[in-house]
Design a protein around this ligand. Structure first.
Ligand code: F6P
Length: 323
């Protein structure tokens, strides 16, 4: 192995820059040439590639986003798109890839690796924390901290006006951000896709806190919660509690930006370092992650298809502390 390339793909996540930096510097430490592919798989297809040096990686560890940019490529989902990508890699003489991204990124990596027997090591880069085989994904900790900071501010105004607030956080298919934000911000209820709550259960949760004379309520809702559109949910709750004032806040893409936390910087640095070492050891088709503080290794197949469950004890903590 003489030349490797690194790219980020799918939704950006704070800490991706720290991971890219770690890949480049570790590769150079092993006297490997390292290239950056810009705009993920789409940039690979279009040959948007540049050699990276240690110096290029200066002053980025603290920055959110990704210096390599990112994209969700439809073309890479086609046989022809992947053929073009492979010919670009051949033209540059690249022997291995390090892919940083979420489920879609790893799915693309698996298909490509199987088609061309091309060595790829994946790193879990998504704020959603929804990849099997790792306790944490790059960007999750920062996103939760950002969401909690936003909810703290909403709490001030909710408290002043005695209002019920429904606050939507990211997570189309997973409730990790919502659950952690809800516990960390003392929410009255948390709605996540993994634990479908009915409208009656939501009303009953709000009635319980009402009976404690709690004057304001924060309900944290994951994008993909089973109850549907958050505005609709708020409307239905308003009908049940006509005397209450209800507002909705959607935190949205704020959660994807900002300077990574210490946890994300250290995690990303460790993973980037481990990815290059794994590649030098001949590993491929695996995503690296972190389990009980140790670097873990999980086949793409499992990372993509096995479902990571929310911790039952966290669900219990959320319930007990809200009541
Ligand atoms: O996968 C990460 C994520 O941030 C999801 O939580 C969210 O639903 C989605 O990306 C938003 O994607 P986009 O930036 O393409 O709107």
């Amino acid at each position: 192995m003489k030349k490797i390339a690194v790219f980020s793909s799918g939704g950006d996540a704070p800490g991706m820059n720290a991971a890219i930096r770690a890949v480049v510097r570790t590769a150079n430490h092993h006297d490997l040439e390292v290239y950056g592919i810009y705009r993920g798989y789409q940039g690979l297809i279009e040959g948007d590639i540049k050699k990276l040096t240690n110096k290029d990686m200066a002053n980025i560890i603290h920055r959110g986003g990704t210096v390599l940019k990112t994209a969700r490529s439809k073309e890479f989902m086609t046989v022809e798109g992947r053929r073009k990508a492979h010919s670009v890699l051949e033209a540059y003489g690249i022997d291995g890839l390090i892919a940083i991204g979420g489920n879609g990124t790893l799915t693309g990596a698996k298909v490509f690796m199987e088609e061309y027997d091309f060595p790829i090591v994946g790193l879990p880069g998504t704020i959603d924390n929804d990849l099997y085989g790792t306790d944490l994904t790059i960007g999750f900790d920062t996103a939760v901290n950002t969401a909690i900071e936003a909810v703290d501010k909403i709490r001030d105004t909710a408290d002043s006006h005695n209002r019920i607030f429904f606050i939507e956080v990211m997570g189309r298919h997973a409730g990790f951000i919502a659950l952690n934000t809800g516990i960390g911000s003392g929410a009255s209820d948390i709605l996540i896709p993994e634990e479908m709550e009915t409208m009656d259960e939501l009303i009953s949760a709000l009635s319980t806190v009402k009976s404690r004379r709690k004057l304001f309520n924060l309900v944290i809702v994951a994008e993909g919660s089973g109850l549907g559109d958050i505005q609709e949910v708020a409307k239905q709750v308003q009908e049940k509690f006509p005397e209450r004032e209800i507002r909705v806040a959607i935190i949205g893409h704020l959660q994807r930006g900002g300077s990574p936390t210490a946890i994300d910087r250290v995690l990303s640095s460790r993973l980037g370092y481990a990815a290059v070492n794994a590649m030098c050891d001949g590993k491929k088709g695996v995503m690296l992650g972190i389990k009980n503080g140790e670097i873990s290794e999980v086949p793409f197949e499992d990372a993509i298809h096995k479902q990571k469950r929310v911790r039952a004890d966290l669900l219990q903590v959320a319930k007990v502390l809200a009541s």
